[in-house]
Design a protein around this ligand. Structure first.
Ligand code: NAD
Length: 360
């Protein structure tokens, strides 16, 4: 019989699942490897749920669950708005990727993924690399990012999205002389920063890993600042490419940019921060829209399409961002609001087609 305490615990997870219509959340534990991970399948109306495996030393289990749920839901909206026929899911492994990641740990996570029989397809995310997905693929049948790292395609889509924002704000699509601050120069941020410099932008980078920021800045010809100074650095475009929750009550008034447009997921700590940016005259490119390039490239890989077609589709993220900004203008709402409406419209239309994804 459930004790009152356990009952309250179980209810609190359902309390989180029900309002946002989550299909399934799996908590995984393996005593031999010390694995503690969570798999969230948000919505499979459009297809099996694809989403990266994030590994992070979360301070509390609560933070891991919150991150996993938000990321999984974001994947549903990303696929919906980008015309991708995949559902939304994500998984998180609790642990420091630098010290706790072992082959056995990844295999244990892979076994739990396999119990879902393809309803959740894992990929890369912060804290995991292509070689980690190769390990997971020794246990799970359906795994993405084994042949291709989607990060350069994510960065390409973000680049096109930034151009769309610059055009909307300054009336020119050229990035020549445009000042861009890139927060986080990992897989996506370093690729984006290089592409921006190649387009003539004046790029400033920062990373929590200071030596890495210095190395990337030196390689591409960018300026480096300390991580805690970046948000307040005056610029035209702030491109968050680290973790989520960057725009919150404490940071929104420190921003010195005209546009927020980057690769990170869940840039806004809460949806209302989209309106807060709007109120301060800052143009915001909704994260799951501007960073959809990687997901598009993974769908193209599943469909077996060639590189030219993939690149064409990824570059169309620029048009998608422009469409969202136009819709926001027409409806008199913030871009974040407009993107939610556009994604929901496709989800609702296609949910009516029939049952959700069932693995065979
Ligand atoms: N990889 C993809 O294709 C992809 C696709 C869509 C969205 N995203 C999102 O983009 C973001 C980055 O992904 P990634 O794959 O490049 O991850 P990554 O782990 O390779 O890079 C993240 C970088 O951010 C740095 N960082 C962390 N906190 C920071 C802070 N406060 N200030 C400055 N730097 C900080 C880290 O040191 C690291 O170098 C994540 O939010 C991820 O969910 C990635």
């Amino acid at each position: 019989m459930l004790t009152g305490r356990a009952y309250v615990g179980v209810m609190s997870v359902f309390d989180r699942m029900v309002p946002d219509d989550f299909e399934q959340v799996v908590f995984c534990h393996d005593a031999n490897t010390g694995l503690r991970s969570i798999i969230a399948v948000h919505d499979t109306s459009l297809g099996p749920a694809l989403g990266g495996v994030r590994m992070r030393a979360y301070p509390r289990e609560e933070d891991a669950l919150t991150d996993c749920l938000r990321l999984a839901r974001g994947m549903t909206f990303k696929a919906a708005i980008a015309g991708v026929n995949l559902g939304g899911g994500k998984s998180v492994i609790i642990g420091d990727p630098k010290h706790d990641k072992t082959e056995a740990l990844l295999k244990a996570h892979g076994r739990f993924i396999q119990t879902l029989h393809g309803r959740y397809i894992p990929g890369m995310d912060s804290g995991t690399e292509m070689r980690d997905l190769e390990v997971i693929a020794t246990e799970a049948d359906r795994v993405s990012c084994v042949r291709n790292d989607p990060s350069p395609m994510t960065a390409l889509g973000v680049l096109e999205g930034i151009k769309a924002c610059v055009h909307a704000r300054f009336g020119t699509g050229s990035l020549d002389g445009v000042k861009v601050c890139v927060q986080g120069v990992g897989h996506v941020g370093s690729s984006l920063a290089g592409k921006l410099v190649a387009e003539g932008a004046e790029v400033t980078v920062a990373d929590a890993d200071g030596p890495r920021a210095k190395e990337v800045a030196g390689e591409i010809g960018a300026t480096k600042v300390d991580a805690d100074a970046l948000l307040a650095t005056p610029c035209d475009v702030l491109a968050p490419c680290a973790y989520g929750g960057v725009i919150d009550d404490s940071t929104v008034d420190t921003l010195r940019c005209a546009i927020v447009a980057g690769g990170a997921n869940n840039v806004l700590a809460e949806p209302r921060h989209g309106e807060e940016l709007q109120a301060r005259g800052i143009l915001y490119a909704p994260d799951y829209c501007i960073n959809a390039g990687g997901l598009i490239s993974l769908e193209e890989e599943i469909l077996g399409h060639d590189e030219q077609r993939t690149e064409r589709r990824v570059r169309s993220v620029g048009k998608l961002v422009a469409d969202v900004l136009r819709r926001a203008e027409q409806d008199g709402v913030s871009p974040a609001h407009a993107a939610t409406a556009m994604a929901t419209e496709r989800l609702t239309a296609l949910s009516a087609v029939g049952p959700k994804y069932v693995s065979r």
